[in-house]
Ligand binder design. Structure first.
Ligand code: COA
Length: 330
């Protein structure tokens, strides 16, 4: 079987920077609280009219260009988001239209913070199996339009930001590129981090009462998420290493989902890897859910932090709960 590797990466961040000080004007919070508990100093928010499909298309164009191929070479696209433009259809088809891709398939992935890695595993399988030669995988989010910016929502709102990242996956010789993907879920914890409405369980699925009760806003059991994240991240990274017969010392870089800085630091400690081997940009963008890993990956490539032959582990944990890792020989 042939291999599959990442041929190019790209990202798109909205230009509007929102600092912690900006948030203190909307809710009862402080710069110190946000930085101490989350590490986030600023995040990007879109202006009205920009959706996750717009950001996704922009990141995809950059990735295709970096891959040195043209859009007409793309055979399939996978779009991961928890913030689609509409309840249906999913955002993938809007990205496909914006990119001018004729009739290639567009698959939406709804596994929140692990969406990009789940999507990447789909591309890996398609390319390794010979179904497609070039698959776009996009993670994109517009969180800002769905956050409770009052004091009641401050535990969640200060964490999240908008952005998109994308990669092109193409063929490689066996043993090079994406070595393996490891995907997990535990639905019994789904309600610990969720957004309830609109809900098909309700008649109608959205109502004034639901809006008044704030059921359209995300809610999170922060401590619960934290506890599970710091256990699952190291576990799934170790799983990837064991599956490939390599050790922590062989790893050049870990790119975790940018949940928050305290989680990233706890993961580095648990793994016993030095902080500089674990990439973080959460201070600049906040948690951009499905977009955070491809944005970080693109920055690492751009900064020369990943070189040919490096062993890189991507890992994610989030709502669902879902968690995943991908091991790559760059
Ligand atoms: N500003 C100021 N105070 C805040 C606040 C904010 N933005 N958000 C919450 N608080 C307050 C709480 O109301 C609480 O006040 P009280 O003690 O008077 O009741 C106090 O701070 C402590 O709240 P608590 O929820 O216990 O804080 P915490 O130490 O658990 O930190 C999180 C909260 C959300 C930062 C933390 O739980 C966390 O990082 N969880 C993981 C979240 C995450 O990464 N989610 C994404 C996963 S993909």
């Amino acid at each position: 079987m042939r291999g599959a590797r990442i041929l190019g990466t790209g990202r798109a961040l909205p230009p509007r920077v929102v600092t912690n000080t900006d948030l203190t004007k909307l809710m009862d919070t402080t710069e110190e609280w946000i930085v101490q508990r989350t590490g986030v100093r600023e995040r990007r928010f879109v202006d009205p009219g920009t959706g996750s499909s717009d950001l996704g298309a922009e990141a995809a164009r950059a990735a295709v260009s970096r891959a040195g191929i043209s859009l007409s070479d793309i055979d399939f696209l996978v779009f991961a988001t928890l913030t689609p433009d509409y309840f249906f259809p999913g955002g993938g088809v809007f990205v496909q239209e914006m990119l001018g891709l004729p009739t290639v398939g567009a698959l939406d992935v709804r596994t929140q913070c692990t969406g990009f890695l789940y999507g990447l595993s789909v591309a890996e399988a398609y390319v390794k199996g010979g179904f497609f030669d070039h698959v776009l995988v996009i993670g994109s989010e517009v969180q800002s339009t769905g956050l409770d910016m009052s004091t009641a929502g401050r535990d969640v709102s200060v964490i999240f930001g908008d952005g998109a990242g994308a990669v092109v996956v193409g063929p490689a010789e066996e043993g090079r590129g994406i070595l393996s993907s490891h995907l997990h879920a535990e639905g019994k914890y789904a309600r610990e981090l969720m957004c309830e409405a609109p809900s098909s369980l309700e008649h109608p699925r959205i109502s004034h009462e639901m809006l008044s009760a704030g059921r359209h806003l995300p809610r999170m059991n922060g401590r619960y998420v934290f506890t599970h994240a710091v256990r699952r991240f190291p576990e799934v990274i170790r799983e990837a290493l064991a599956a490939n017969g390599v050790s922590m010392a062989d790893l050049s870089l870990v790119i975790p989902h940018q949940a928050n800085l305290r989680i990233t630091q706890a993961v580095a400690n648990a793994l016993g890897v030095p902080g500089e081997k674990v990439y973080s940009n959460v201070e600049r963008y906040g948690n951009t859910t499905a977009a955070s890993i491809p944005i970080a990956l693109d920055e690492c490539v751009e900064q020369g932090r990943i070189r040919e032959g490096d062993l890189v582990c991507l890992a994610a944990f989030g709502s669902g709960f879902t968690w995943a890792s991908t091991l790559i020989r760059w």
